[in-house]
Design a protein around this ligand. Sequence first.
Ligand code: HEM
Ligand code: HEM
Length: 243
Amino acid sequence: MNHKTTYKLVFDAVMALLLVLMYNKNAVSMEFHELAGLVLLGIFLIHIFFNYRYFFHCTQRIFGKSLPVKTKAGYVLSLFSCIGIILMAISSVMISKTLFNIHGSNIWKTVHLSTAAALLIILGIHVGMHYQMIKKVVTKHLGNHRKIQKTLAVALTIGMLSFGLYNLATTQYLRWVSMPFSNSGLQELSHKEDRTEPRDPNLLQQTGISPLYTVLQYASILFVFVFLTKETEKTIMKRKRNT
Ligand code: HEM
Ligand code: HEM
């Protein structure tokens, strides 16, 4: 495990932090959302560039038998991520209120919100598929306190999972997921936003919508997908070993 891998993971962590901060447009301000969103889309491109060899390697071999199923699945997922980024970039410009001042139609808003929701699932699976590698690097840097590490990991997993499920049930997330499949989705959303998202910054503070809380809320939802993926992979590996 070299320094390059650690730096890459720090970069990935910053990317994930910025991503989850995007899920509340008022966490900082609308201007911040648009600017940070553009920066994040640029950072995604840097991340893809860092891994361009992987793309070349897989593209040449995707239909052959030499690549493991996990690598092929990861490749297909990366293609979905690329489509997601393109849809986010186009819809962002089309609905921009401050940077480009276009104020596009509700259809673009639906594309923006439901792609953002899908991206959280896709990237949750993506991170989950690198879980073992992330665990290796983190435990290496935490030193030799195995028992403390394990206890902390279990507590953190239970905490994040419970909070993630709670947030799945109480935030707008599932509504965004279902928007492309329901006619009334966007209408409902705007009514709900009117009721729950005060524009006055003082009111925002009173209702406790802060950047940190947004990060925790959506990081916990992201974690649900990471956890499901790593557990699925563990089960598949176990079955393979037993057959
Ligand atoms: C919050 C967003 C993301 C996080 C946290 C994340 C995390 C990671 C991690 C931990 C790795 C392995 C270490 C590394 O090479 O950096 C990785 C590899 C990779 N990521 Fe991402 N990623 C994100 C977004 C994306 C997106 C949007 C794409 C678009 C295609 C992508 C494509 C790739 C590819 C192709 C690899 C190499 C594949 C492999 O090693 O299996 N990632 N990512
Ligand atoms: C990867 C980057 C981005 C993600 C994941 C993302 C995600 C989201 C999400 C989840 C919402 C709904 C938030 C809420 O209702 O509180 C939202 C709203 C919004 N986003 Fe983004 N966004 C990104 C980038 C951008 C960019 C670059 C722009 C513009 C340049 C933008 C413009 C907007 C606007 C104007 C809204 C408000 C829509 C409305 O309610 O009328 N977003 N975004």
